[in-house]
Design a protein around this ligand. Sequence first.
Ligand code: FES
Length: 91
Amino acid sequence: MRKVCQIFVCATPGEGRCGAKGGGELLAAFRDEVEVRGIPPSTVLRNVCTRRHEEGPVVFVYPDDVWYTSVTPEDVPGIVERHLAPMRVET
Ligand code: FES
């Protein structure tokens, strides 16, 4: 059975932080992507600052322990496919 993964997106506001680098738009893009694919919305969560915002916006996948840096909305479909697609609910 496929493990449950969650994607944590940093959208912390503030100068030089992920929110100022598009983290909020990125979070929205992840939420849209899982909705379109029929994946539970609880798989995408807003993360707090992990002090990696120089590489931001950053995304962390639990429990895969994979970090993505300088993530753009164009990266979202590939990340969802890699970590969450097996969770799609078939009807
Ligand atoms: S604001 Fe995103 S890691 Fe610090």
